[in-house]
Design a binder for this molecule. Structure first.
Ligand code: UDP
Ligand code: MG
Length: 350
């Protein structure tokens, strides 16, 4: 029997929120029904290489909640890659991705599901109606991000839609066919253009613990977003080059004329200023070029974006307890050996 709904939850060092999350999500999912028929579900918790008790807590919670599944990545792969791992292992007809910190309300999942099934939608976005719980900096960066990205990726990008959304099996197939590394789901999914709807919600504060998105990760998400959708930054070098050439020609004519009429000036300030400016622009262009070359490099290496170390679906009772509890850094060798592949990404078993 196929499942109705997979709930995919990326988790990185979330031991403070796991109990709260389980407590709030379970009643919602147990009560989930459509047209009077209850919906079968699984919860795919992707432990993204946590070094705290996240995996152990989840493993313990499974005893009472069999629908809870623990997928442990061998090392921290990042939020978007953890989402990929979760969507690849999800088995149901529909999948909802939700953060573990209860900023997105589990109560909206039922509404998303009903909307998708009754209106035949492939995507239902969770759209934040209010960001007053976010800091000023976060609001400002988010606002600029959506504005820039709408220009680059197209007008279909919903405003303030993060990674709380429902997708159908069709979308999951389309996503897994993308060879792209560092996919940014909130951009790629709208770009597909599947029929979609929206559910608005108020984004809450983090229930416990601290954000796992420091500024450096936000910057790299921004760079991934821009480079995935636009070559405009590369063209910036061309434009700067053209402008610089025009300016240099003009300056050359001016200097020649000056030397002919014998009116040469010391000109130290202008020389230093021009050199400094040109050097800066050149380095900037080199850096921009590097961003794209780096992505080509990563794509050509063809390394997997994540590796699964443990999946409770395939090994509900692991012989080695440290498979679940051990720090990912000391994870046992997973290559070779007997038994099913531990890097099985198909998620098609059972
Ligand atoms: N997360 C993850 N891997 C990471 C960083 C974050 O799986 O490397 C998860 C995290 O546990 C949470 C979600 O991604 O469930 C969103 O992270 P967070 O709430 O810290 O981001 P914020 O809401 O502050 O932007
Ligand atoms: Mg959060």
């Amino acid at each position: 029997m196929t499942l109705g709904l997979s709930v995919v939850v990326p988790m990185f060092n979330e031991e403070e929120v796991v109990p709260l999350f389980v407590q709030r999500l379970r009643p919602e999912l147990d009560a989930l029904s459509h047209d009077g028929v209850s919906v079968t579900y699984e919860v795919v918790c992707v432990d993204d290489g946590s070094r705290d008790g996240t995996a152990e807590l989840l493993f313990a919670a499974r005893e009472e909640w069999p629908q809870l599944r623990l997928v442990r990545l061998l090392r921290n792969a990042g939020h978007q890659a953890a989402l990929t791992a979760g969507l690849d292992s999800a088995r149901a007809e529909y999948a909802v991705t939700i953060d573990a910190d209860l900023q997105d309300p589990p109560e909206a999942i039922g509404q998303m599901y009903s909307m998708a099934v009754s209106d035949g939608l492939d995507v239902v976005y969770g759209v934040r109606s209010d960001r007053s719980s976010d800091t000023m900096v976060k609001r400002w960066t988010a606002h600029s991000y959506y504005r820039v990205m709408r220009r680059l990726s197209g007008p279909q990008l919903p405003d303030n839609a993060g990674d709380f959304r429902l997708v159908s099996r069709r979308v999951i197939h389309a996503l897994s066919a993308l060879p792209e590394h560092g996919r940014v789901y909130r951009l790629v999914i709208p770009w597909f253009g599947f029929p979609s709807g929206q559910v608005t919600y108020v984004r809450d504060r983090r229930a416990a613990g601290r954000t796992k998105y420091p500024l450096s990760r936000m910057v790299s998400l921004g760079l991934d977003s821009v480079t995935a959708f636009s070559a405009v930054p590369l063209r910036f070098a061309t434009w700067a080059g053209m402008l610089g050439t025009g300016f240099a020609l003009f300056a050359m004519g001016w200097a020649l004329w000056g030397s002919f009429v014998g009116g040469t000036v010391p000109g130290w300030t202008s020389t230093v200023a021009t050199l400094g400016l040109l050097a800066a622009v050149q380095l900037l262009c080199l850096g921009l070029l590097g961003e794209y070359v780096a992505r080509i490099f990563v794509a050509s290496q063809g390394r997997p974006t994540y590796l699964v170390g443990y999946d409770s679906l395939h090994h509900p009772h692991p012989a080695l307890r440290h498979e679940v509890t051990g720090s990912p850094t000391y994870a046992p060798r997973y290559s070779g050996g007997a038994g099913p592949s531990r890097n099985d990404r198909s998620g098609s078993a059972a």
